[in-house]
Design a protein around this ligand. Structure first.
Ligand SMILES: [Zn+2]
Ligand SMILES: [Zn+2]
Length: 349
Protein backbone atom coordinates (compact mmCIF):
# COMPACT_ATOMS: atom_id res chain seq x y z
CA UNK A 1 0.00 0.00 0.00
CA UNK A 2 1.40 3.37 -0.94
CA UNK A 3 0.12 6.70 0.14
CA UNK A 4 0.89 9.34 -2.38
CA UNK A 5 0.83 12.66 -0.68
CA UNK A 6 0.87 15.93 -2.45
CA UNK A 7 2.57 18.24 -0.09
CA UNK A 8 2.46 21.95 -0.17
CA UNK A 9 5.37 23.76 1.30
CA UNK A 10 6.89 27.14 1.09
CA UNK A 11 10.07 27.12 3.09
CA UNK A 12 13.71 26.28 2.64
CA UNK A 13 14.06 23.86 5.56
CA UNK A 14 12.99 20.25 5.55
CA UNK A 15 10.07 19.09 7.65
CA UNK A 16 9.64 15.49 8.52
CA UNK A 17 6.79 13.82 10.34
CA UNK A 18 8.53 10.51 10.51
CA UNK A 19 12.07 9.27 10.40
CA UNK A 20 13.67 10.52 7.19
CA UNK A 21 15.71 7.33 7.06
CA UNK A 22 12.49 5.50 6.37
CA UNK A 23 11.34 7.58 3.50
CA UNK A 24 11.32 5.95 0.15
CA UNK A 25 10.80 8.35 -2.68
CA UNK A 26 9.73 7.29 -6.07
CA UNK A 27 8.61 9.19 -9.12
CA UNK A 28 6.21 6.44 -10.10
CA UNK A 29 5.59 4.34 -6.99
CA UNK A 30 2.43 2.68 -8.22
CA UNK A 31 3.97 1.60 -11.48
CA UNK A 32 7.22 0.44 -10.00
CA UNK A 33 5.57 -1.77 -7.45
CA UNK A 34 7.21 -3.08 -4.32
CA UNK A 35 10.95 -2.75 -4.05
CA UNK A 36 13.55 -2.17 -1.41
CA UNK A 37 14.11 1.16 0.26
CA UNK A 38 17.55 2.32 -0.86
CA UNK A 39 18.23 4.13 2.42
CA UNK A 40 16.97 1.93 5.23
CA UNK A 41 16.50 -1.33 3.31
CA UNK A 42 13.02 -1.89 4.77
CA UNK A 43 10.69 -4.26 2.99
CA UNK A 44 8.32 -2.31 0.82
CA UNK A 45 5.46 -4.67 1.58
CA UNK A 46 4.53 -2.58 4.56
CA UNK A 47 4.17 1.05 3.76
CA UNK A 48 2.22 3.74 5.53
CA UNK A 49 2.36 7.33 6.62
CA UNK A 50 3.58 10.43 4.92
CA UNK A 51 6.36 12.95 4.93
CA UNK A 52 6.42 16.68 4.67
CA UNK A 53 9.40 17.69 2.73
CA UNK A 54 10.70 20.87 1.35
CA UNK A 55 11.55 20.30 -2.26
CA UNK A 56 14.42 22.70 -2.08
CA UNK A 57 13.19 24.75 -4.98
CA UNK A 58 13.48 28.47 -5.03
CA UNK A 59 10.47 30.48 -3.99
CA UNK A 60 10.28 32.02 -7.40
CA UNK A 61 10.22 28.67 -9.12
CA UNK A 62 7.71 26.87 -7.01
CA UNK A 63 5.39 28.05 -4.31
CA UNK A 64 3.80 24.64 -4.03
CA UNK A 65 5.61 21.49 -4.80
CA UNK A 66 4.53 17.86 -4.93
CA UNK A 67 6.26 14.79 -3.75
CA UNK A 68 5.19 11.17 -3.76
CA UNK A 69 6.65 9.29 -0.85
CA UNK A 70 6.68 5.89 0.76
CA UNK A 71 7.25 5.34 4.43
CA UNK A 72 8.25 1.89 5.59
CA UNK A 73 6.78 0.37 8.73
CA UNK A 74 9.33 -2.43 9.02
CA UNK A 75 9.18 -6.19 8.83
CA UNK A 76 6.19 -8.01 10.31
CA UNK A 77 6.57 -10.57 13.10
CA UNK A 78 5.65 -13.36 10.71
CA UNK A 79 8.33 -12.31 8.28
CA UNK A 80 10.97 -11.72 10.93
CA UNK A 81 11.21 -15.32 12.10
CA UNK A 82 11.23 -18.65 10.33
CA UNK A 83 11.07 -22.14 11.81
CA UNK A 84 11.68 -25.73 10.99
CA UNK A 85 9.92 -28.64 12.67
CA UNK A 86 12.25 -31.34 13.97
CA UNK A 87 11.47 -34.71 15.47
CA UNK A 88 10.33 -35.16 19.07
CA UNK A 89 8.27 -31.98 19.34
CA UNK A 90 11.20 -29.60 18.83
CA UNK A 91 11.01 -26.49 16.67
CA UNK A 92 14.09 -24.67 15.41
CA UNK A 93 13.45 -20.95 15.06
CA UNK A 94 15.74 -18.29 13.60
CA UNK A 95 15.72 -14.56 12.99
CA UNK A 96 15.75 -14.33 9.21
CA UNK A 97 17.13 -10.86 8.81
CA UNK A 98 19.96 -11.07 11.33
CA UNK A 99 22.73 -12.16 9.00
CA UNK A 100 25.65 -12.72 11.30
CA UNK A 101 27.68 -15.50 12.86
CA UNK A 102 26.14 -14.25 16.10
CA UNK A 103 22.64 -15.24 15.05
CA UNK A 104 21.52 -17.66 17.74
CA UNK A 105 19.33 -20.71 17.38
CA UNK A 106 16.04 -20.59 19.24
CA UNK A 107 14.67 -23.97 20.31
CA UNK A 108 11.04 -24.49 21.20
CA UNK A 109 10.26 -27.74 22.97
CA UNK A 110 6.69 -28.84 23.25
CA UNK A 111 5.92 -30.88 26.33
CA UNK A 112 2.66 -32.52 27.39
CA UNK A 113 2.16 -30.02 30.24
CA UNK A 114 4.70 -27.25 29.70
CA UNK A 115 6.37 -25.75 26.66
CA UNK A 116 9.83 -24.28 26.89
CA UNK A 117 11.71 -21.96 24.60
CA UNK A 118 15.49 -22.13 24.87
CA UNK A 119 17.06 -18.76 24.07
CA UNK A 120 15.10 -15.89 22.61
CA UNK A 121 17.27 -14.14 20.03
CA UNK A 122 17.72 -10.38 19.84
CA UNK A 123 14.13 -9.51 20.69
CA UNK A 124 13.64 -7.14 17.76
CA UNK A 125 10.17 -8.54 17.05
CA UNK A 126 7.77 -10.44 19.29
CA UNK A 127 8.83 -14.07 19.54
CA UNK A 128 5.77 -15.08 21.65
CA UNK A 129 3.48 -13.63 18.95
CA UNK A 130 5.26 -15.61 16.27
CA UNK A 131 5.12 -18.83 18.28
CA UNK A 132 1.43 -18.53 19.06
CA UNK A 133 0.41 -17.27 15.62
CA UNK A 134 2.15 -20.20 13.99
CA UNK A 135 0.35 -22.60 16.34
CA UNK A 136 3.58 -24.04 17.70
CA UNK A 137 2.34 -24.40 21.26
CA UNK A 138 0.70 -27.54 22.57
CA UNK A 139 -2.87 -28.13 23.62
CA UNK A 140 -3.78 -25.26 25.96
CA UNK A 141 -6.15 -27.25 28.13
CA UNK A 142 -3.33 -29.32 29.61
CA UNK A 143 -1.06 -26.38 30.28
CA UNK A 144 -1.00 -24.92 33.76
CA UNK A 145 1.83 -22.48 33.12
CA UNK A 146 2.60 -20.02 30.38
CA UNK A 147 5.49 -20.64 28.03
CA UNK A 148 8.79 -20.63 29.92
CA UNK A 149 11.76 -18.95 28.22
CA UNK A 150 15.18 -20.10 29.37
CA UNK A 151 18.37 -18.27 28.48
CA UNK A 152 21.36 -20.61 28.14
CA UNK A 153 23.30 -17.47 29.15
CA UNK A 154 22.72 -13.73 29.00
CA UNK A 155 24.70 -12.76 25.91
CA UNK A 156 22.59 -10.41 23.80
CA UNK A 157 22.10 -12.80 20.88
CA UNK A 158 20.34 -15.23 23.25
CA UNK A 159 18.80 -12.99 25.89
CA UNK A 160 17.54 -9.96 23.95
CA UNK A 161 14.07 -11.44 23.58
CA UNK A 162 13.66 -12.77 27.13
CA UNK A 163 11.80 -9.66 28.32
CA UNK A 164 8.92 -10.62 26.02
CA UNK A 165 8.00 -13.65 28.15
CA UNK A 166 6.03 -13.94 31.39
CA UNK A 167 8.27 -16.71 32.69
CA UNK A 168 12.02 -16.39 32.34
CA UNK A 169 14.81 -18.59 33.64
CA UNK A 170 18.58 -18.06 33.73
CA UNK A 171 21.41 -19.41 35.85
CA UNK A 172 21.80 -17.70 39.21
CA UNK A 173 25.27 -16.37 38.27
CA UNK A 174 23.70 -14.16 35.60
CA UNK A 175 20.43 -13.15 37.24
CA UNK A 176 21.75 -9.70 38.21
CA UNK A 177 23.08 -8.98 34.72
CA UNK A 178 19.66 -9.68 33.22
CA UNK A 179 17.66 -7.98 35.95
CA UNK A 180 19.80 -4.84 35.67
CA UNK A 181 20.01 -4.82 31.87
CA UNK A 182 23.80 -4.88 32.11
CA UNK A 183 24.77 -4.54 28.44
CA UNK A 184 28.44 -4.98 29.24
CA UNK A 185 27.88 -8.45 30.62
CA UNK A 186 25.41 -9.23 27.84
CA UNK A 187 28.27 -8.27 25.43
CA UNK A 188 25.86 -6.30 23.27
CA UNK A 189 27.49 -5.76 19.90
CA UNK A 190 25.27 -5.18 16.92
CA UNK A 191 25.82 -3.33 13.65
CA UNK A 192 23.40 -2.02 11.04
CA UNK A 193 25.17 -4.18 8.47
CA UNK A 194 24.09 -7.38 10.24
CA UNK A 195 20.39 -6.45 10.23
CA UNK A 196 19.51 -6.69 6.56
CA UNK A 197 15.88 -5.61 6.93
CA UNK A 198 14.83 -3.04 9.48
CA UNK A 199 12.50 -4.49 12.12
CA UNK A 200 10.66 -1.20 12.60
CA UNK A 201 10.73 2.39 11.36
CA UNK A 202 13.58 4.44 12.68
CA UNK A 203 15.41 1.42 14.08
CA UNK A 204 19.19 1.57 14.21
CA UNK A 205 21.65 -0.90 15.68
CA UNK A 206 23.24 1.86 17.73
CA UNK A 207 20.09 2.14 19.87
CA UNK A 208 19.86 -1.57 20.49
CA UNK A 209 20.02 -2.68 24.13
CA UNK A 210 19.11 -5.87 25.95
CA UNK A 211 16.11 -4.90 28.06
CA UNK A 212 16.17 -5.65 31.76
CA UNK A 213 13.91 -8.43 32.95
CA UNK A 214 13.59 -10.01 36.38
CA UNK A 215 13.90 -13.79 36.00
CA UNK A 216 11.06 -15.80 37.52
CA UNK A 217 13.17 -19.00 37.56
CA UNK A 218 16.67 -18.86 39.04
CA UNK A 219 18.41 -21.97 37.79
CA UNK A 220 21.30 -23.94 39.18
CA UNK A 221 23.13 -27.20 38.61
CA UNK A 222 20.86 -30.24 38.84
CA UNK A 223 17.53 -28.42 38.56
CA UNK A 224 14.98 -30.36 36.56
CA UNK A 225 12.47 -28.55 34.35
CA UNK A 226 9.44 -30.76 34.03
CA UNK A 227 7.56 -30.51 30.74
CA UNK A 228 5.27 -33.43 31.58
CA UNK A 229 6.40 -36.11 29.16
CA UNK A 230 10.00 -34.92 29.11
CA UNK A 231 12.47 -33.42 31.54
CA UNK A 232 15.34 -31.03 31.06
CA UNK A 233 18.20 -31.16 33.54
CA UNK A 234 20.22 -28.00 34.10
CA UNK A 235 24.00 -28.44 33.79
CA UNK A 236 26.06 -25.45 34.87
CA UNK A 237 28.89 -25.22 32.31
CA UNK A 238 30.79 -21.97 32.88
CA UNK A 239 33.70 -20.85 30.73
CA UNK A 240 32.14 -19.05 27.80
CA UNK A 241 30.24 -16.98 30.35
CA UNK A 242 29.92 -17.42 34.10
CA UNK A 243 26.28 -18.49 33.98
CA UNK A 244 26.32 -20.68 30.86
CA UNK A 245 24.12 -23.74 31.09
CA UNK A 246 23.34 -26.75 28.96
CA UNK A 247 19.94 -28.41 29.17
CA UNK A 248 20.04 -32.16 29.03
CA UNK A 249 17.09 -34.23 27.91
CA UNK A 250 18.38 -37.50 29.36
CA UNK A 251 15.63 -39.75 28.04
CA UNK A 252 16.06 -38.59 24.46
CA UNK A 253 19.86 -38.15 24.81
CA UNK A 254 19.62 -34.60 23.53
CA UNK A 255 21.77 -31.73 24.72
CA UNK A 256 20.81 -28.08 24.26
CA UNK A 257 24.27 -26.65 24.55
CA UNK A 258 23.94 -22.87 24.11
CA UNK A 259 27.39 -21.38 23.45
CA UNK A 260 29.22 -23.92 25.60
CA UNK A 261 29.78 -25.91 22.45
CA UNK A 262 28.75 -25.49 18.82
CA UNK A 263 30.34 -26.52 15.55
CA UNK A 264 32.75 -23.61 15.37
CA UNK A 265 35.56 -22.11 17.39
CA UNK A 266 34.67 -21.59 21.01
CA UNK A 267 34.77 -18.10 22.46
CA UNK A 268 36.64 -17.76 25.73
CA UNK A 269 37.84 -14.14 25.51
CA UNK A 270 34.73 -12.24 26.58
CA UNK A 271 34.56 -10.24 29.85
CA UNK A 272 33.26 -13.09 32.03
CA UNK A 273 34.89 -15.96 30.16
CA UNK A 274 37.27 -18.22 32.09
CA UNK A 275 39.54 -20.74 30.39
CA UNK A 276 39.97 -22.97 33.47
CA UNK A 277 36.19 -23.26 33.86
CA UNK A 278 35.80 -23.89 30.14
CA UNK A 279 38.27 -26.78 30.28
CA UNK A 280 36.34 -28.37 33.16
CA UNK A 281 33.06 -27.95 31.27
CA UNK A 282 34.57 -29.59 28.20
CA UNK A 283 35.89 -32.47 30.30
CA UNK A 284 32.36 -32.97 31.48
CA UNK A 285 31.06 -33.03 27.91
CA UNK A 286 33.65 -35.63 26.94
CA UNK A 287 32.58 -37.72 29.92
CA UNK A 288 28.94 -37.47 28.88
CA UNK A 289 29.81 -38.79 25.43
CA UNK A 290 31.88 -41.60 26.94
CA UNK A 291 28.89 -42.58 29.08
CA UNK A 292 26.66 -42.45 25.98
CA UNK A 293 24.41 -39.82 27.52
CA UNK A 294 24.25 -37.66 24.40
CA UNK A 295 23.36 -38.55 20.85
CA UNK A 296 22.28 -35.20 19.44
CA UNK A 297 23.44 -31.67 20.24
CA UNK A 298 21.17 -28.68 19.59
CA UNK A 299 23.70 -25.84 19.83
CA UNK A 300 23.36 -22.10 20.30
CA UNK A 301 24.73 -21.45 16.80
CA UNK A 302 24.98 -23.27 13.49
CA UNK A 303 23.76 -26.79 12.82
CA UNK A 304 23.00 -29.74 15.05
CA UNK A 305 25.61 -32.48 15.37
CA UNK A 306 26.16 -35.85 16.96
CA UNK A 307 28.14 -37.38 19.80
CA UNK A 308 31.38 -37.98 17.87
CA UNK A 309 31.59 -34.35 16.81
CA UNK A 310 30.82 -33.24 20.36
CA UNK A 311 33.66 -35.40 21.65
CA UNK A 312 36.08 -33.97 19.08
CA UNK A 313 35.10 -30.33 19.70
CA UNK A 314 35.33 -30.62 23.48
CA UNK A 315 38.58 -32.58 23.51
CA UNK A 316 40.27 -30.29 20.99
CA UNK A 317 39.43 -27.26 23.19
CA UNK A 318 40.99 -29.03 26.17
CA UNK A 319 44.17 -29.91 24.30
CA UNK A 320 44.56 -26.38 22.88
CA UNK A 321 44.02 -24.55 26.17
CA UNK A 322 47.70 -24.37 27.08
CA UNK A 323 49.83 -21.46 28.31
CA UNK A 324 50.23 -19.97 24.85
CA UNK A 325 46.46 -19.89 24.37
CA UNK A 326 45.96 -18.37 27.82
CA UNK A 327 48.42 -15.54 27.15
CA UNK A 328 47.01 -14.64 23.73
CA UNK A 329 43.44 -14.90 25.01
CA UNK A 330 44.25 -12.55 27.87
CA UNK A 331 45.30 -9.85 25.40
CA UNK A 332 42.21 -10.34 23.22
CA UNK A 333 40.00 -10.28 26.30
CA UNK A 334 41.39 -6.90 27.40
CA UNK A 335 40.75 -5.36 23.99
CA UNK A 336 37.26 -6.91 23.76
CA UNK A 337 36.37 -5.66 27.24
CA UNK A 338 37.49 -2.15 26.40
CA UNK A 339 35.56 -2.14 23.13
CA UNK A 340 32.41 -3.45 24.82
CA UNK A 341 32.74 -0.94 27.65
CA UNK A 342 33.10 1.89 25.14
CA UNK A 343 30.31 0.80 22.78
CA UNK A 344 27.83 0.18 25.57
CA UNK A 345 28.50 3.46 27.28
CA UNK A 346 28.07 5.30 23.96
CA UNK A 347 24.86 3.53 22.99
CA UNK A 348 23.00 4.89 25.99
CA UNK A 349 23.94 8.49 25.17
ZN1 LIG B 1 27.55 -16.32 24.11
ZN1 LIG C 1 25.84 -16.83 21.06
Amino acid sequence: MVYEIQIILFYQRQFTLTSPKHVFQSALPAERGVSRCPVCKCLQSSVAGFVLENPGFSVAKSFFSYRRVRVCTGVSVMEWYAHKTLDNGVFWIQERFYESGNRANIWLIRGSHQDVVIDAGLGLRSLPDYISSKGLLGDDTKRKNPLLAIGTHVHFDHSGGLHQFQQVGVHKAEVDALANGDNFETVTWLSDREIVENPSPGWTARQYRVKAVQPTHILQEGDVINLGDRQLTVLHMPGHSRGSICLHDKDNKMLFSGDVVYDGSMIDWLPYSAIGDYVRSCERLVEMVDKEEVELVMPGHYNTFGAKRLHRLASSYISNAGTCHKVSTCAVKSVASLALRFSNSCSVC
